[in-house]
Design a protein around this ligand. Structure first.
Ligand code: ATP
Ligand code: MG
Length: 580
């Protein structure tokens, strides 16, 4: 391809609305343009990267034994009503009516549609297992579309669904997909980590996310310093600890009420009383499924993990109750609530168990209790793991490690679904004895367009993107200095033709631009290998190779250039294939 025939509208300035590097660079490199919030045009260079990622995904999915199909973008409400998700899914699900007033939606994911297909075609155990995947546009009306391709409303996803007679076989396929995912992300040149994950709106019981490690990532992760435990913070367990033994020879100090005028938050009261936050018991009131109010206790320096709360309380939704509701139910303004004498069902995080000499609200305006002794002064209805894990916590799996925290971009997720959809939608098979059984299912997603953003977050410098060879829009930028010069034009054209004949993905910068502009654009778009053809070099019969990743340069003779470039690409591809 010749640059003069392309559409690569590069920009000097960062777009005003872009917060993260990948968004800025995708726009500046002329790869995407926003059409509406979270909806983008993919310009030719971006589409090339998308196609390359898709090719790697297809190769590895096919190798793992999955088959590609294509499901519709729009699906009828009835399927979603059958699974129950028509009600459960919030505004992310874009709903519309067709001309006959029938309800439809745009697929944010395709469990319903594929389960419907499979229940209509599968009869016997002999016809399963199989794994079907598609690469398709998804629509989710995200609350906060942001960061360019990282969180769009319209985006491209690879989603796969597998169908099995029993849980064991389904878990085998889960492992098979897990390995395929590792190969996919490695081949795309990403540094990533699989972590234990919550199952969210998709449902099921076992799940891992594949997280690309990047400080700009939206997900907080923890991993053990010693063993291979790693989890999304939403899912990370906290190791149960044994409360320290009570010294029975000592009489604990008596419970005391102290005045704390106008001091409400832990930080304010802690400063006022000069006691550390970890000696506080915070009392927060949640409203469960729009009905019951429940008080939740955590240590002053800890945060409540709302997903754990949902699981422990067995409800679908838990939101912090507003101040008026709390006051109406307890007679106490928030900020002064405490577990002693509180007339609400109360659950507590395990760290609260056995706390002594603690501080809590006194259920009275402008007052707190000090010297609170949990065992002596109050008993919640349950203790459970309710808090967010933090760096430094002991590992929940091994005895030696502690948790470290970092951030990631979720590029893929695998789920063991079990019978959630097959039972709800009646997807069954006849077993060897002729009995009808629900099908076991797994599902496996990869965010194709999010991977572009993730790859850039990990591979860039001040000058622009640094594409790994495996997913670069072109592997080679052929850059003639002063293209008008006939000798240069002729030498570049010959090398260009040779490279094309060898099947090299090469872009010839045939623009009549200053060298500085061409170098800048080349670095901005991030072609892995640049080949500069200049007058001085030609006099000596050489061209210059430069690797985008490390700035390394090498002069090669014009006659050998094509072969050397081929070899450099092969080496670059191999490096990403093996994660070097
Ligand atoms: P998130 O937690 O980031 O909202 P999710 O867990 O809801 O994502 P899944 O249902 O697991 O997403 O979808 C599979 C993959 O699709 C994700 O791993 C992610 O890579 C990608 N994806 C999900 N939502 C978006 C989005 N809004 N924009 C781009 N990619 C997305
Ligand atoms: Mg996910």
């Amino acid at each position: 391809m010749r640059w003069s025939n392309t559409l690569i509208p590069t920009l000097k300035e960062d777009p005003a609305d872009a917060e993260v590097v990948s968004h800025k660079l995708l726009v500046r490199a002329g790869m995407i343009r926003q059409v509406s919030r979270g909806i983008y045009d993919y310009l030719p260079l971006a589409l090339k990267v998308i196609r390359k990622i898709e090719t790697i995904v297809r190769e590895e999915m096919d190798r793992a034994g999955a088959q590609e199909l294509l499901l519709p973008v729009a699906s009828p409400a009835e399927l979603w009503q059958e699974s129950g998700r028509w009600e459960v899914y919030g505004k992310e699900l874009v709903r519309f009516k067709d001309r006959h007033e029938r309800d439809f939606c745009l697929g944010p994911t395709h469990e319903e549609v594929i389960t419907d297909l499979v229940r209509r075609v599968v009869r016997s155990y002999r016809e399963i297992p199989f794994n079907l995947y598609q690469i398709q546009t998804k629509f989710r009306d995200e609350v906060r579309p942001r960061f360019g391709l990282m969180r769009g409303r319209e985006f491209i996803m690879k989603d796969a669904y597998s169908f099995h007679t029993d849980a064991e076989d389904c878990r085998r396929e889960y492992g098979n997909m897990f390995e395929a995912y590792k190969r996919i992300f490695t081949r795309c040149g990403l540094r990533f980590r699989p972590v234990e994950a919550d199952t969210g709106a998709i449902g099921g019981t076992l799940s891992h996310e594949f997280q690309v490690l990047a400080d700009s990532g939206e997900d907080a992760l923890v991993s053990c310093s010693h063993c291979d435990y790693a989890a999304n913070i939403q899912k990370a367990e906290v190791k149960p600890r044994r409360p320290s033994a009570r010294d029975v020879t000592k009489i604990p100090p008596e419970l005391k009420k102290v005045a704390t005028p106008g001091k409400k938050s832990v930080a304010e009261v802690a400063a006022f009383l000069d006691r550390p936050a970890e000696k506080f018991i915070k009392t927060l009131v949640y409203k469960l499924d729009h009905k019951e109010l429940v008080a939740v206790l955590v240590r002053g320096d800890h945060e409540i993990n709302e997903l754990k709360l949902l699981t422990v309380l067995g409800c679908r939704e838990a939101v912090l109750a507003d101040e008026a509701e709390v006051e109406a139910a307890t007679g106490v303004p928030t900020g002064y609530l405490g577990p002693i004498g509180l007339e609400l069902r109360t659950v507590a995080d395990r760290a609260v168990q056995g706390m002594r000499r603690a501080v809590t609200g006194a259920n009275e305006v402008n007052a707190h209790y000090v010297e609170v002794d949990q065992e002596r002064d109050f008993t919640p209805s349950a203790f459970a793991d309710l808090r967010v894990a933090v760096a430094g916590d002991p590992c929940p799996r091994c005895d030696s490690g502690s948790l470290e925290s970092y951030r990631g971009i979720e590029v893929g997720q695998v789920f063991y679904l079990g019978k959630k959809y097959s039972e709800a939608m009646g997807a069954t098979y006849l077993d060897a004895e002729g009995r009808e059984q629900p099908i076991e299912m797994g599902c496996y997603g990869i965010g194709i367009t999010r991977m572009l953003a993730a790859a850039i977050e990990q591979n860039h410098d001040d000058n622009g993107i640094i594409w790994p060879f495996s997913i670069a829009p072109y592997q080679v930028l052929l850059l003639p200095i002063n293209y008008r010069e006939p000798a240069i034009q002729e030498a570049s054209a010959r090398l260009y033709e040779k490279l094309l004949a060898l099947g090299t993905e090469v872009l010839l910068d045939d623009r009549d631009e200053r060298p500085g502009v061409k170098f800048k654009d080349g670095d901005l778009v991030g072609f892995p290998l640049r080949v500069t053809v200049g007058a001085k070099g030609l006099e000596r019969g050489i061209v210059e190779l430069r690797w985008r990743q490390n700035g390394k340069m090498e002069e090669v003779s014009l006659s050998e250039a094509a072969r050397k470039i081929q070899a450099a690409i092969a080496k670059g591809l191999e490096a990403s294939a093996f994660g070097d």
